[in-house]
Ligand binder design. Sequence first.
Ligand code: AMP
Ligand code: MG
Length: 410
Amino acid sequence: MTDHLVSVEEHRERILSSVHPLPAFDQPLMEAFGLSAAEDVHASVALPGFDNSAMDGYAVAQADVATAREDSPVHLPVVGEIGAGQASLLAMSPGTAVKIMTGAPVPAGADSVVPYEWTDRGVANVVISKSPELGQHIRPKGQDVAEGDLLVQSGTVLGARQIGLLAAVGRSSVRSRPRPRVVVLSTGSELREPGTALGRDSIYDGNSFLLAAAARQAGAIAYRVGIVPDQPRAFLSALNDQLVRADLVITSGGVSMGDYDVVKEALAPLGTVWFGGVAMQPGKPQGFGTVGEDAVPIVTLPGNPVSSYISFEQFVLPAIRRMMGRTPYTRPEADAMLTHGLRSPDGRRMFARGTLSIVDGRLAVTPVGSQGSHMIGDLAESNALIVVPESVTWVEAGETVTVLPLDEEF
Ligand code: AMP
Ligand code: MG
C-alpha cells in the first residue's frame, strides 16, 4: 500500500488558513509586553514636553555671560532655584542667574545653561568663568518626539523600548493581540508523571513538558494537562473539559497505525479532523481539524519526542504566531556547510538535528549522532534543524545545506 503524503507546506497552509489572529483589546502596558500592537500609536504629547535643563547649573541669558573667561569671569546674582518637578519660577530678568537642576523647566528669559563645572557654585552670587553657546545645555521641547508623531505601527511587537516610549508619552494601555491559550494533552497508557515511580513497561511523559515549554517560548499561555490513557472515552472527556480555556489544542501520540491510537480513534468519527501522512521525517503521521461547539483548532502530533517537537516547529509555532499577529510565521533559514555526510529518505523532507558552529568564518552544521525520532538526548544537544529536500537522498560533507536555527528570537 502506498499512502499519499501531503507536503509540509500543504499541511501548514491547512492549519494557517483555519486559525486567525485573536481579537485585540486594550491591555495595560506591562501586559502588552511581547505582544503585537493592534493600533497605530501617535504621540499625544511632545518629548521633551517643555524646554528643560540638560545639566545641573545656572540658567542664564547667554548675552549676559558671553564674555566670561577664566581670567575675566562674569558675576551674576542668583535669584532663585528650580529642581526637577518644580515649576516654581516661571521667568527671570536679564542680568540674573537661576540655579537649575537636570530635567527642570527653563524659565522664560533664560536661553542657555552654565554647568556647575564652569562656575564657583555660588549661592547668592555666582562667578561664571566660561560661556555656553546660545541654547547650550537646554533640551528643547519636541526635540525627540513631536506631537502627532507615529510611535508604534500596528503589527509591531512591543519590546522594552516600545513599552518605555508609550509610557513616556503617557499611555497606560495599548490595543494588542493577547497570547493564545494552548492546551497540551499527551496520550499513552505507558506514560507516567515525572517525579513518580516508573514500572518496567512505563516511561516518563516528556512530551507534554516539551510542547508546553515550546508553546510558552513561542509566546502562548500553555496549559499542560498531562497524561491521558489510550482510551477514547477518557481522551474525549479530558478534551471536552479543556475546550473552554483553549484557543488551540495540541495532542501528542496516538495518531499512527497502531492498535491503540487513541487520538485518531476518538476524533476520526467526528469528521472534523483530518488524519494523514505528511512528507517529512520525522513526523509523518499528523492530524488537524476543529473540535467542540466553538470549533477550537486542534493539532495532533505524533508521540515520538523528536517527531512531536519538529512537528511543533513546523505546524504549531506558525499557528501560534498567526494568532498573536506576528510575522513571519516560520523561522528564518540560513545556509551552513555540512560537516558530515547525511542520508535522507526519498520522497520526504528530512529535518535532521544538528549543532551550529563557525568554521573558517563560515556557518557550519554538524548532524547529531543518531537521527532516531526517539533520541531526545540528541535533540536537546542540537540547536538547529538541517533541512534536506524531498528528492535528495544523500548530502556530501562540505555541501551547503539549509538550516533552521532553533534558539533565535524572530
Ligand atoms: P505513539 O505516537 O503514541 O505511537 O507514540 C510513539 C512513541 O512515542 C512510543 O514509543 C511512545 O511511547 C512514545 N511517546 C508517546 N508519547 C510520549 C510522551 N508524552 N513522552 C515521551 N514519549 C512518548
Ligand atoms: Mg501512544
